[in-house]
Design a protein around this ligand. Structure first.
Ligand SMILES: *Cc1c(COP(=O)(O)O)cnc(C)c1O
Length: 345
């Protein structure tokens, strides 16, 4: 058996999703004529209670476009030091938007309103102009934790008071929505721009959505074209997105239940020093020194269990659409009987 817990991006489209893709009416989306892309964009906009949406190739692309559309060169973006936009987008903020970044240290990637307020630059020619705040929810590098909605509302108040735009990197926003019982509109109301991945827990082969006002999406469509992201008969991919939004959201609760089971297994493991509290579908554990994450990864791979490393001593496991109870049962058999500590004696 192979149990692939590296990421929720490894899912393959289900037979029903493939059928929806096959049946999709298509047209040329650069001409605005793909009916399925148009349907996905209007469906998503309604779901979030915002004016418009834009279907793009990746979450990196939707984040980068959102930041480009809402900043000027030399502006500053406030985000947490664990942010995907800072760590994992190849420095794109520097080249795509020519902006600087104010990195803050939040609670496993979550900022507070007070922190944001304390780092807005004064109107002084020495400083870049603070223009945008970017939050991530759930926080990937924070172990899949999500924000308290009241704190987000307070951050929004700070942004309004200082004329700042507020962006949400919601690659795994639906995991937060299902885990905390919030709704897409709760987030649509608060953010000037939202980026949501379809290709992670929702199980699509490709795609992310950018959501916001008509004005934002009009600008975003232009920037996407400049980046080479205008696409033609993308309706087959959009059909997967529509199918996922209609059928794969509630089942995320199963991923969360299975992630908690993995967290419990790790907690009692002799090689493990600490497991981050499991709130959604991501489990991060720190190994006991001198054990190394890549050694654990290698030893588990030989037993058919694939995981990610997250630094020298941290490992990550992610549950998703293609992880079933039989996979968790298999991991429960293997893990307790497995340790790399002897090899270190
Ligand atoms: C995966 C991810 C993205 C976007 O990733 P792509 O691979 O470009 O789709 C953005 N933000 C976070 C937090 C992510 O986990």
């Amino acid at each position: 058996m192979i149990v692939d817990l590296r990421s929720d991006t490894v899912t393959r489209p289900t037979p029903a999703m493939r059928e929806a893709m096959l049946q999709a009416p298509v047209g040329d989306d650069v001409y605005g004529e793909d009916p399925t892309v148009n349907e996905l964009e209007s469906f998503a906009a309604r779901l979030f209670g915002v004016e418009a949406a834009l279907f793009c190739a990746s979450g990196t692309m939707t984040n980068q476009i959102a930041i480009r559309a809402q900043t000027q060169p030399n502006d500053e973006v406030i985000c947490d030091r664990l942010s995907h936009i800072y760590l994992y987008e190849g420095g794109g903020l520097a080249s795509n938007s020519l902006v600087s970044v104010r990195l803050l240290e939040g609670d496993r990637g979550r900022l507070t309103a007070a922190q944001v307020a304390a780092h807005i630059n004064p109107d002084d020619i020495h400083f870049p102009i603070t223009r945008l705040v970017s939050l991530e929810n759930t926080v990937n590098k924070g172990g899949g934790v999500y924000y308290d909605l009241d704190e987000m509302r307070k951050i929004k108040e700070v942004c309004v008071a200082h004329g700042l735009k507020l962006h949400l990197d919601g690659a795994r926003l639906f995991n937060a929505i299902v885990a905390q019982g919030s709704s897409p509109q709760d987030f649509g109301r608060l953010f000037d721009s939202l980026s949501v991945c379809l290709s992670k827990g929702l199980g699509c082969p490709v795609g992310s959505l950018l959501l916001g006002s008509h004005e934002l999406i009009r600008k975003a469509r232009r920037i996407r074209k400049v980046m080479g992201g205008g696409w033609r008969q993308a309706g087959m991919l959009a059909a997967a997105g529509l199918y996922a939004l209609q059928n794969h959201v509630e089942r995320l609760a199963e991923d969360h239940r299975r992630a908690k089971a993995l967290g419990t297994l790790l907690q009692s493991h002799p090689d493990v020093q600490e497991v981050y509290p499991v709130e959604t579908n991501i489990v991060i554990a720190q190994l006991r020194p001198p054990l190394k994450a890549h050694e654990w990864q290698h030893a588990l791979k030989e037993r058919g269990i694939l995981i990610s490393t997250f630094g020298e001593r941290a490992i990550r496991m992610v549950t998703h659409l293609d992880i079933h109870d039989t996979h968790i049962d298999y991991v429960s058999e293997i893990l307790p009987a497995f340790s790399i500590q002897k090899e270190h004696k």
